[in-house]
Design a protein around this ligand. Structure first.
Ligand SMILES: C[S@@+](CC[C@H](N)C(=O)[O-])C[C@H]1O[C@@H](n2cnc3c(N)ncnc32)[C@H](O)[C@@H]1O
Length: 281
């Protein structure tokens, strides 16, 4: 299977599972390698035969779907974005939570091995409001990613965007890996969840949804996911996306920068404009 054949196959197949070719174009080789292995595993002689297999055997689409998971992540990925999170977002989140006498709540949707969720925790603990209560929920469709996230040990390359001072303070060496100190793992919970099928039923001060929905999902699905994310943001809460992503238009969000959005207080907020704690925590 050559690159052109694989690209043509993906342009046919991705929209059929609500994904979009534009998101996969640059990372297609990863998916193509998995396709190559799957075609061999099934004893087929190429992508035309695999396409016929998908058309004849609907459960195979779920297998193809798992081949389309791109799991690249790093701590402090997109430094400028996390700089804004540290400088502007987290102090605002902390002030609101403190004023309301509750813990702050953050969600990393599509968390890979936990790098993004733990980055928030480390910035909060070491740079913003040491000791203030913060709960971070991190979800990913892939249970293997969740298991790795719970280990919280990383190859040095995963830490290359994190300021060196923070690496020294937040991690301890274990052989070739750097493991997050237990105090920065506290309050970070992981769950396997498919963003297309389920979302946490509670309200958040901060949602990070980066390099998942707004990169790989087809636009109608992006709009549905965005509406559900906005519903889970407290009024005044923050949504953060990736540097290479653009959000569909949403009147409920004000762009503070191209990656950082704030939910504008809704006139109905006092009557349940955002999901309230009472909806199930
Ligand atoms: C490219 S990583 C992004 C990780 C992190 N958000 C970041 O920006 O560094 C995308 C993650 O989304 C997960 N993912 C893919 N499809 C998903 C879905 N439908 N629901 C939840 N997670 C999904 C993948 O397993 C992968 O770990």
């Amino acid at each position: 299977m050559n690159d052109g054949e694989c690209a043509a196959f993906l342009q046919w197949a991705l929209p059929r599972i609500d994904l979009r070719w534009a998101g996969f174009r640059k990372v297609r080789r990863q998916v193509c390698r998995r396709l190559h292995r799957r075609v061999a595993e099934l004893g087929l002689d190429g992508l035309a035969a695999y396409r016929a297999r998908l058309e004849a055997d609907p459960p195979e689409w779920a297998v193809f779907d798992t081949m389309c998971r791109i799991t690249i992540s790093r701590f402090h990925r997109d430094r400028g974005v996390f700089e804004a999170v540290r400088r502007e977002v987290l102090p605002d989140v902390a002030a609101r939570a403190q004023a309301e006498g509750r813990a702050a709540e953050a969600w990393s949707a599509g968390c890979a091995s936990g790098e993004e969720a733990y980055t928030v925790r480390v910035l909060w603990d070491l740079e913003v409001v040491p000791g203030a209560p913060l709960n971070v929920l991190a979800t990913d469709v892939d249970p293997a990613m969740i298991a790795r996230a719970r280990q919280a040990c990383y190859a040095p390359g995963s830490l290359r965007e994190l300021p060196p001072g923070l690496v020294e303070r937040a991690f301890e060496r274990r052989g070739r890996e750097a493991c997050l100190k237990p105090e920065h793992r506290a309050g970070v919970d992981f769950a396997a969840q498919d963003l297309r099928a389920a979302m946490p039923e509670r309200a958040f001060d901060l949602i990070l949804c980066r390099y998942l929905a707004f990169t790989y999902f087809a636009e109608p699905l992006q709009r549905r996911v965005l509406a559900a994310l906005v519903e889970r943001l407290r009024p005044g809460g923050w949504l953060v996306i990736g540097t290479h992503e653009r959000l569909p238009e949403t009147p409920e969000l004000e762009a503070v920068s191209p990656q950082v959005f704030k939910r504008v207080p809704s006139p109905l907020a006092g009557e349940g404009g955002a999901r309230r704690e009472a909806t199930g925590g």
